[in-house]
Design a protein around this ligand. Structure first.
Ligand code: CDP
Length: 218
């Protein structure tokens, strides 16, 4: 039996992957995996338990014990709704710091692959097309200029009631890009067979339409 089809959408921070992936999943009636949320959940746990971000064994344990519940765009951890907390910028920064550890990444693999259910899955992250779902039928690498991404993230955080200057965000973004791209394990890079899409001057609707067109061609 063929495994359910997968579309992967990878790219740097604030490139719009999440929004695009959710809309493509909704348009197709497929499941959606926000893999970054899993790294953020481990990061939240690490912050709450005072775990040292360099303690790979302890972090891998936290990841292995992770039992989140996703429903209606919300996520619960041990019965507590942490959807907004995991979007905090300090949690995102911690997520990118701990995501360098191979054992932590390994501990999250089965959880991620478990989302591959009929009729199909749209997965967004950094290594969806390269490591987690290398057999995906369509792989998209979504980018946007760093200035555009800082603007988008600023707007997103403001809507959630968080504050912060664009200049600080720009710095955070650049540091995160560098860390995600230069780490030894599962670095941020396009899969060899990925389609590249620069969304700097495109609307959300344009990007969704392009991904669906590629899907239709496949
Ligand atoms: O929202 P944003 O794109 O900034 O981040 P995210 O997708 O929620 O992921 C947070 C962090 O988790 C990233 O900076 C990556 O370091 C890490 N991550 C990863 O290593 N692999 C993934 N598949 C997804 C996220």
């Amino acid at each position: 039996m063929q495994p359910p089809p997968v579309i992967t959408i990878d790219g740097p921070t604030a490139s719009g992957k999440g929004t695009i992936a959710q809309r493509v999943a909704a348009a197709l009636g497929w499941h959606y995996l926000d893999s970054g949320a899993l790294y953020r959940l481990v990061a939240l746990r690490a912050l709450e338990t005072g775990t040292d971000p360099s303690d790979e064994a302890a972090l891998a344990r936290l990841a292995a014990e992770l039992c989140p519940r996703f429903s209606d765009g919300r996520v619960e951890l041990d019965g507590r709704d942490v959807s907004d907390e995991i979007r905090r910028e300090d949690v995102g920064v911690m997520a990118s710091r701990i995501a360098v550890h191979p054992r932590l990444r390994e501990a999250l693999l089965a959880l991620q692959r478990g989302f591959r259910q009929p009729p199909g899955l749209v997965a967004d992250g950094r290594d969806m097309g390269t490591v987690v779902f290398p057999d995906a039928r369509l792989k998209v690498f979504l980018t946007a200029s760093v200035e555009e991404r800082a603007e988008r993230r600023h707007k997103q955080l403001r809507e959630k009631g968080f504050s912060g200057s664009i200049a600080d965000l720009l710095q955070d973004l650049q540091a995160r890009d560098a860390r995600d791209s230069n780490r030894a394990t599962a670095p941020l890079r396009p899969a060899e067979d990925a389609r590249h899409l620069d969304s700097s001057d495109l609307s959300i609707e344009d990007v969704v339409a392009q991904v669906l067109r590629w899907h239709g061609e496949g």
